[in-house]
Design a protein. Structure first.
Ligand code: ZN
Length: 159
């Protein structure tokens, strides 16, 4: 296991469309392990492979009671709407309000190559949308309906 370096906005990797995983090799399993460790270490809600410099369709999302590993994820159903706060480990100290579905169902492969579906609401739903956007080169700042001012961010952080 190893902590991975998280690339920041401005790095061209974050703007590329990632390729699907065609075979779950030991290298992919290692990447999943390292991404989970990096996510836990960074206190984030989710992490996508391009954020650690790997252009593959892989993301990990912390759903509170478990960290779900998503290989080749696709959103297959959405419901409702929410306008809530969002941030990104690759865009430090920037927070914005995004317009996302309230409930999102994702289909993906697990590390054994088995297809599964997972449904998230509220923060989990935002996180699924956010991480899947990363796989297509989109950042939350592209679609935020409002970016918080520095004063608002300071207040948010309790400064
Ligand atoms: Zn992000």
């Amino acid at each position: 296991m190893a902590l991975l370096n998280i690339v920041k906005e401005g790095d061209p990797t974050l703007r590329k469309v990632c390729r699907p995983v065609t075979e779950i090799t030991p290298r992919i399993l290692q990447l999943l392990d390292d991404m989970v460790e990096t996510l836990i270490d960074s206190n984030g809600a989710g992490l996508a492979a391009p954020q650690v410099g790997i252009l593959r369709r892989i993301a990990v999302v912390d759903m509170g009671d478990e960290i779900v590993e998503l290989i080749n994820p696709e959103i297959i159903a959405v419901e409702g709407q929410q306008q809530e706060l969002e941030g990104c480990l690759s865009v430090p100290d920037v927070w914005g309000i995004t317009d996302r579905p309230q409930k999102v169902t994702v289909k993906a492969l697990n590390r054994f190559g088995e297809e599964f579906t997972v449904t998230g609401e509220d923060l989990d739903a935002r996180c699924f949308c956010h991480e899947l956007d990363h796989l297509d080169g989109h950042l939350f700042t592209d679609k935020a309906i409002r970016i918080l001012t520095p004063d608002e961010v300071a207040e948010l952080k309790g400064e």
